[in-house]
Design a protein around this ligand. Sequence first.
Ligand code: ATP
Ligand code: MG
Length: 285
Amino acid sequence: MTTTTTEPATAPAPARARRPVKAAAAVTAPTPERISSQIAYLTRVLKMPTIGRTWEEIATQARDEGWSHAEYLAGVLERQAADRESAGSMMRIRTAHFPAIKTLEDFNYDHLPSLRRDLLAHLATSTFVAKAENVVLLGPPGIGKTHLAIALGVKAAQNGYSVLFDTASNWINRLAVAHNAGGLENELKKIRRYKVIIIDEVGYIPFDTDAANLFFQLVASRYEQGSIIVTSNLPFGRWGETFSDDVVADAMIDRLVHHAEVLALSGESYRTRARRELLAKDRDN
Ligand SMILES: Nc1ncnc2c1ncn2[C@@H]1O[C@H](COP(=O)(O)OP(=O)(O)OP(=O)(O)O)[C@@H](O)[C@H]1O
Ligand SMILES: [Mg+2]
């Protein structure tokens, strides 16, 4: 036989029973100060500092606008989630080691009319990262390759993916150090933890055979597992010169472009344009 309760199941529980966290609070009537300090304590314990900071302000809004308890709860939790997300984005952007922060919003599309905006907008959603696909940015100096690579990296970080930026020569140095210490596999594994790696400036500095092999291993180890955004001033047809080996270069390009968007940018250097505009302004003054 089941025991019956004196109250219907739907009846609101008395204030004492609703506060199970601290038995002591059930005995003494909760003053506003006591509630404040309890919330301060609990939000600290639960690591929800945003709620600790904003619950009063949101409560005022809730009272003014006649929110239900559930709406108020959703409101404070939402604020906490938004803050946590943006803190996460900021942290991922910080740890990506971008040489400068460049964004798609700062990018002047009029300078590159042939660049497909719809494609960039699609890349900005970072679905290519979810699918472990690559982005290759090719073009002459100053055209905006590094800018776009960073901007896509920033978007990926904001979309929740870990990113790591470096130049091709620094990536090679990092792998060479690991290789010499007998820890190449381990290093490649560590790098695979990043959902996106950006390899900037392939082609400016030629690599010897050992370096080319290390680079190949980096690309091969991420094939269909993690995204690479790579920039180069050289068309694929000339990568053999950089890697001192056409066969290695071909095998690498094969893996890189199998699942990739290749953006071949062409036009005038943005640096030259900026300089020309500056000179013109000087002349006019
Ligand atoms: N379309 C653009 N809109 C706004 N700024 C741009 C644009 N293109 C380039 N820039 C700016 O011009 C400078 C040079 O661009 P970036 O460094 O991206 O060129 P790059 O193609 O990587 O050149 P390099 O091959 O010499 O490394 C950067 O400060 C970048 O922010
Ligand atoms: Mg560059």
